[in-house]
Write a protein that binds this ligand. Structure first.
Ligand code: GDP
Ligand code: MN
Length: 396
């Protein structure tokens, strides 16, 4: 589950990470009230109005603006709330902004220039460990840094048996070129950030930029946080942070029907039982010259109702040119699945794309007969290769 910046900062703050303070607002009037309150609390006269959407690069897209007085707060908030924010990380249509975070301005001028760093904590799956990634090149997107100046990105692996060690936090502060008070603040920041990451069962905390102010405070200006869905049951207070408006509508609907669906960019819809078989099926589609339009695991019980909701989900995607159904009848019998497909097809009226059905396992032969005798525009196959050839044939 991805979180908004303001939610990520709330979590950070609850673990003692110093943050750029802010108040979320849904209307320009609320934004003005928020700015007044922040001025009382922090003394700041300037505020930043930040669009809250699940996408980075908001600054580049015009979703982060500095307001030097309350008039500008109102003006910028009304401009940003309701806008369609297009950033390098959104689709071409952009994302609708429903709320803004009004924050204190932390880039106040001082004796020296403020410094921006990059820092993230994430699970490195290839080594099976959590890792802190950091760089002196904060503020810009890390992919560009990785491409142009990879030697400026450092990593620190965390041994799960002992957790983050004090010397590691000091090493990070040292590599960032800090000394004195800033060095101390940075080690505190890193330690609290890692605690927040592990206690919240996150798979990502990305802070870009981490700011060192001219008076040597170290604070999180941005927060991109992903919480592991499988751990949400023990974080009821985070579960309510889910913003369905930000999630793929078809994926949300699939979850409600108990289907495991991930939207992809290709042209062949697939309906499969079991995640492993679904992965293999996606490979098969690629080999046949197609691109999978989705990942869809219908689970163990492929009855008519489930098959029908799965078809409906797949057909919502206008790019789908064919559907490949690949079901292994182990727990469920193939003939029942075949009947389910025929029933779903009949219930739905016409389906305008060809369907290739490969059923293997218990009663596969009877299943093939049911499909072949149904009189519907459905091709049946028993072998994997046969199914691939048919996909290739209908695409060309
Ligand atoms: P992103 O563009 O989605 O990554 O959003 P960020 O929260 O990182 O903000 C984008 C940029 O806005 C930052 O890199 C800063 O340069 C700038 N910014 C953020 N907070 C402040 C602030 O308090 N004062 C000023 N002057 N600029 C800020
Ligand atoms: Mn950022």
């Amino acid at each position: 589950m991805n979180l908004h910046e303001y939610q990520g900062k709330e979590i950070l703050s609850s673990f003692g990470v110093d943050i750029q303070r802010g108040i979320v607002a849904e209307t320009p009037a609320e934004a003005v009230a928020a700015a007044k309150k922040l001025t009382e609390e922090t003394g700041t006269g300037w505020h930043v109005i930040k669009a809250q959407v699940h996408a980075g690069g908001r600054g580049k897209g015009g979703g982060v603006k500095l307001a030097k007085n309350l008039e500008q707060v109102e003006q910028l908030a009304s401009q940003i709330i309701g806008m369609n924010l297009i950033t390098p990380q959104t689709s071409a249509e952009g994302k609708k902004v429903h709320q803004v975070l009004v924050t204190e301005d932390v880039y106040y001028p001082g004796a020296s220039e403020p410094e921006e760093y990059y820092m993230s904590v994430l699970l490195n799956r290839s080594i099976g460990r959590n890792m802190i990634m950091y760089s002196t090149e904060g503020g810009m997107d890390i992919e560009t840094v990785a491409e142009k100046t990879p030697h400026l990105i450092f990593t620190e692996e965390i041994d799960p048996a002992v957790g983050l060690q004090a010397f590691q936090a000091r090493k990070i502060a040292f590599n960032l070129g800090l000394s004195g008070q800033a060095f101390k603040q940075m080690t505190k920041f890193v330690t609290a950030l890692y605690t927040a990451y592990s206690k919240s069962d996150a798979s990502l905390f990305e802070i870009n930029p981490v700011l060192k102010t001219s008076d040597d405070r170290v604070i999180a200006v941005d927060a991109k946080v992903t919480i592991d869905d499988n751990a949400l049951y023990r974080h009821k207070d985070y579960e309510v942070m889910r913003d369905l408006r930000e999630e793929n509508a078809v994926e949300v609907e699939a979850k409600e029907s108990g289907l495991n669906y991930v939207d992809l960019d290709g042209n062949v819809g697939c309906m499969v039982n079991g995640a492993g078989l679904a992965m293999a099926t996606m490979d098969l589609i690629k080999q046949a010259g197609g691109e999978p339009a989705n990942f869809l695991d219908v689970g163990g019980t492929a009855d008519a109702e489930r098959v029908e909701s799965a078809f409906k989900l797949i057909l919502k995607d206008p790019n789908v040119k064919a559907i490949l159904v690949n079901i292994f009848g182990g727990i469920v019998r193939c003939d029942r699945v075949a009947q389910g497909i025929v029933d779903a097809y009949n219930n739905m009226g016409t389906i305008h794309v060809p369907i290739i059905v490969r059923l293997q396992g218990t009663n596969a032969d009877i299943a093939k007969e049911i499909i072949d005798n149904s009189g519907l525009d459905v091709y049946s196959a028993i072998e994997f290769q046969e199914a691939a050839d048919k996909v290739q044939a209908v695409l060309s």
